[in-house]
Write a protein that binds this ligand. Structure first.
Ligand SMILES: Nc1ncnc2c1ncn2[C@@H]1O[C@H](COP(=O)(O)OP(=O)(O)OP(=O)(O)O)[C@@H](O)[C@H]1O
Ligand SMILES: [Mg+2]
Length: 302
């Protein structure tokens, strides 16, 4: 990749800003995405877990936008509000001492030039309406857990720059389509764990050994590939499960039910208890002898 070196002329660009003003040291793929974000339009990034999406892409991009475009708006959202509050904004606040006169709150930032960075939770689709702004940057982190309705609301705002990033999930949903049926509307980037020197090679090797090179988890977490699940043959599609885990519904009390999964040999025997809409695994164990597994189930039932 032939990327220009940042100089004082390029401080106004996202890369020059990240290196020259924020003092960050970026990997080549991070520079490539930030250079790309200098141009208006939509970008989709699928990257392995812990690659640096939040700290090295979302944070410098939002701060750059606030500095470069006075009186304009940056909106940041993620699969879960907790992620906005506990990951995205702390990554931004880490640079607070470099920005005298700015107000850094829990989920919003105001610059003296009138720019604002606002964090949104994804259960507030309605609030995305009306953010029409002649120069709007929208950053969607952990995009695989963001419902399609939120993306539709974001697109209606016609952002000048849109960046959607995530470790890849299942083969459906808006984030997936940004790499497939709707790929012509996005500039794509893919980042594997091997491009991230802070991720130890020994950890990568261990995950591959533990889960298998072709397991959906390893394909997504390390190779940044969408998880090929046969969603048509599953009772609950993986993407729906991911969204539910990211945005769990409120607890509703109700009847108590038990569920047991008997295994013979390799797999785990499982006893799960459902109370209302919450299910908990009460016991899970491996047991070669099926009769002693039955005995254990009986003891647990009692
Ligand atoms: N250029 C870099 N040089 C060194 N370390 C980096 C670089 N970019 C990111 N990191 C480190 O990578 C780690 C993970 O960063 P971050 O949380 O931003 O990743 P992420 O892709 O958002 O992870 P997740 O998949 O959990 O959301 C952090 O400890 C961060 O400091
Ligand atoms: Mg992150």
């Amino acid at each position: 990749m032939n990327l220009p070196e940042p100089t004082t002329d390029t401080l106004a660009t996202p890369v020059g800003f990240a290196i020259g003003i924020l003092g960050m040291s970026l990997y080549e793929w991070q520079e490539a995405i930030l250079w790309d974000a200098d141009k208006p339009g939509a970008i989709a990034v699928k990257a392995g877990n812990g690659s640096g999406k939040t700290t090295s892409i979302a944070a410098p991009l939002a701060l750059w936008h606030a500095v470069a475009f006075p009186n304009f708006l940056t909106i940041i959202t993620a699969g879960v509000y907790r992620q906005v509050k506990e990951q995205l904004f702390p990554a931004l606040r880490r640079h607070a001492r470099k920005f005298a006169g700015w107000t850094f709150n829990d989920t919003d930032i105001t610059a003296p030039n009138g720019s604002r960075i606002i964090g949104f939770s994804t259960d507030e689709a309605g609030r995305f309406e009306g953010w029409h702004n002649t120069n709007l940057l929208v950053i969607v982190d952990e995009a695989k857990s963001v419902p399609d309705s939120i993306f539709e609301a974001i697109e209606r705002c016609q952002p000048t720059r849109l960046i959607v990033m995530s470790s890849p999930g299942g083969c459906s949903g808006f984030f997936y389509e940004a790499f497939h049926s709707r790929r012509r509307f996005y500039r794509q980037h893919t980042v594997t764990s091997f491009q991230c020197p802070h991720i130890p090679a020994s950890w990568i090797a261990e995950q591959i050994e533990k889960h298998g090179e072709h397991s959906p988890l390893v394909r997504s977490m390390i190779f940044a590939e969408f998880m090929a699940t046969n969603e048509g043959n599953t009772a609950i599609p993986l993407t729906l499960l991911e969204r539910c885990v990211a945005n769990p519904p409120a607890f509703e009390p109700g009847a108590v039910r038990a569920f047991c999964d008997f295994a013979a040999g390799g797999d785990e025997n499982v006893l799960a208890i459902l109370k209302g809409n919450r299910v908990k695994i009460a016991a899970a164990w491996r047991e070669k002898d099926t009769m002693s597994a039955v005995g254990h189930f009986i003891r647990l039932f009692r």
